[in-house]
Design a protein around this ligand. Sequence first.
Ligand SMILES: Cc1cc2nc3c(=O)[nH]c(=O)nc-3n(C[C@H](O)[C@H](O)[C@H](O)COP(=O)(O)O)c2cc1C
Length: 264
Amino acid sequence: MSSKESINKTLFVAFCLCVACSIIVSGTAVVLKPRQDENRILDRNKNVLSAAGLYDPAVDDDSNVAALFAQFTPRIVDLQAGEFLSSEEVSDLGIDIATYDQRTVLNDPAYSNAVPADEDIADIKRRVQYPMLYLQEIDGVVETIVLPINGYGLWGIMYGFLALEGDGNTVKGISYYELRETPGLGAEVRNPSWMAQWPGKQIYDASGEVALTVVKGTGSGQYEIDGLSGATLTTRGVDNMIEYWLGDNGYGPILDQFRSAAGN
Ligand SMILES: Cc1cc2nc3c(=O)[nH]c(=O)nc-3n(C[C@H](O)[C@H](O)[C@H](O)COP(=O)(O)O)c2cc1C
């Protein structure tokens, strides 16, 4: 066999190998996609429960999540209108509530808007217009409202959930499920002992302003959370996202409805 023939043969074998490998890789990606989506939703639900103080990793596991999460109804909000959308309005928007991921629509102008720089306290650049909230109702009474929150820490955008009582003012808990902060420093926002300070804190003062704040050092009273020592920049990020998401450009108008219904 000439050397030209041998090179052609090698190239042909390499080409066949590439085609075979790409078929295997893309086939696997397609086959695993439903399982990945399932896991993404399981993880999200676990974090919603965790913020609400209903999921304890020491006792609960993945098999409990569906039953615990069944207590919650996901609801889409129109932030610009400050209103919950009806199921007809949700489907008119092309949103399938079972699979909706508000983070994947963040770059779609039909579902999100740019945040003007002077309003962008949390440094998020874009804000989803139709976030998904989770309501836990018992005997027709809203017991828990879980709100998705995000904002820049030190190294990147942190994603989490803040859970409130049905009065729209009292914190039930907070949980972060994605962040790039340093383990042992900023990532201590996931430390259960730091998270344990949040339940019972109040968000709004008597004039309706967001008063809940993360202070440097030790906090006191109903509006203050201790900062994390050595992680002031991350905790400032937490403080900023609380101010943004609970304020007038975030969930403030929606929470007004709950606060008025609760008489405060
Ligand atoms: C390698 C490295 C990683 C750091 N990671 C964080 C972090 O995740 N969050 C944070 O706020 N500060 C982090 N810092 C510290 C900040 O640079 C800054 O010193 C700190 O936020 C100030 O907090 P303090 O005033 O409580 O000391 C890190 C510093 C270094 C050198």
